[in-house]
Design a protein around this ligand. Structure first.
Ligand SMILES: [Zn+2]
Ligand SMILES: [Zn+2]
Length: 373
């Protein structure tokens, strides 16, 4: 990674304030432009790494959190780019630390917005379609939000409002040409609308699909069922865009790229720089680590269930360290357990009982399912 890298501006130990530039042999230039991403509390992903890609016309991948769009436009100015030069913003996925700053960037630059078609569906409000008991005045992607009102009233309501009128140029599934020498890859799993950007054999911008030091959380089919009323026409099967198994398939597609192009520079959306140093990613090797992580988690869930049926929360409390379960941590831990239980059920290793507990069947087929699919 550091072969083509120039640190244009130094920052703090987490990477805040840095400006990086890669100049690749083909002449392609990519800038790394981190925006602060502090939610408060213990949980610190580090800044969101947005990227400026100098194609025929420059474009951005991601726009940082709500409130950070202006800073990003300032960074462009600092690089000698007039705001109007920005052609479009490509969204790696619809999480708020990536599209939150979009409204501000679009306002100040007039850039177009490109995102996967699923993003464009889930970012809208459909109060008439929202299931009973959900936050029906929120966009579909946030119907199931588990954050407390104190959080979302401060962080999300204006963001929700802004996203309603947004025009989005929709990008399709699979591999799609974006600009000369550049393609998008639909890599659902961490999010149903996740895209990676491939620049030949030189660079891969991966969003949150692959991160150094962090195992990105997967989606579950249960999340599909919460928004099926919006997506079912185009995606009648949850497994097409949601779930741990789909995530693993996306990872394997990326691993194949890594094996074909071992020197490809991987640019993640968090932790590119952390603890005062760069985290270079070997694409194929990092995918192997992530697959092993999910194998281990499945094995541990079966170990826990060997003592008798348990519900999701009990499994989460047995599997995770207590400090991971503080605040919203418990919801994230339960999501992890649910996603793995879905896969274990598909493998036939676990069944869900009437009282919403999960029971081990005694088989251990998950390995074949994870490694084979
Ligand atoms: Zn994300
Ligand atoms: Zn993120």
């Amino acid at each position: 990674m550091e072969q083509y890298l120039e640190v244009r501006q130094a920052g703090d130990a987490a990477g805040n304030g840095m400006i990086l530039r890669w100049r690749f042999p083909s002449g392609l230039c990519i800038y790394g432009l981190p925006t602060p991403n502090q939610y408060g509390g213990e949980w610190d992903l580090g800044p969101t790494w947005n990227y400026l890609v100098e194609a025929d016309r420059p474009f951005l991948v991601d726009a940082g959190r709500w409130g950070q769009g202006g800073l990003l436009v300032e960074m462009l100015r600092g690089l000698g780019r007039a705001p109007r030069e920005l052609d479009f913003v490509l969204l790696s996925h619809g999480h708020e630390d990536h599209d939150g700053g979009l409204a501000e960037v679009v306002q100040q630059t007039d850039a177009r917005v490109k995102a996967h078609a699923v993003y464009s569906r889930l970012v809208r409000k459909y109060p008439e379609l929202a299931p009973e008991g959900y936050k029906r005045d929120f966009p579909a992607k946030c119907w199931h939000c588990f954050m407390p009102e104190s959080f979302y009233s401060r962080n999300c309501l204006a963001y929700h409002h802004e996203s309603q009128a947004r025009r989005v140029e929709e990008i399709g599934d699979g591999r799609q040409p974006l600009a000369p020498g550049l393609e998008t890859l639909h890599v659902p799993g961490h999010s149903p609308d996740a895209l990676a950007l491939l620049a030949g054999d030189e660079a891969l911008i991966v969003g949150d699909t692959i991160l150094p030091g962090i195992t990105p959380w997967p989606t579950g089919h249960y999340l599909y069922h919460q928004v099926a009323s919006v997506l079912a026409d185009e995606y009648p099967e949850p497994a097409a865009i949601f779930g741990l198994k789909r995530y693993l398939r996306s990872l394997k597609e990326l691993r194949a790229l890594g094996l074909a192009h071992p020197d490809i520079v991987v640019l993640p959306a968090h932790r590119l720089y952390h603890g005062g140093r760069f985290n270079a990613l070997d694409l194929a090797a990092r995918v192997e680590e992530l697959i092993q992580h999910h194998l281990n988690r499945c094995a541990d869930i079966l170990r826990i269930l060997a003592g008798g049926p348990q519900d999701v929360e009990a499994i989460a409390r047995a599997h995770f360290e207590p400090d991971k379960l503080q605040g919203p941590g418990i919801m994230m831990a339960k999501n992890e357990v649910l996603c793995h239980c879905e896969l274990l059920m598909e493998a036939g290793d676990v069944v869900r009982l009437e009282n919403k507990t999960y029971a081990a069947t005694g088989s251990q087929n998950f390995e074949g399912l994870i490694l084979g699919s």
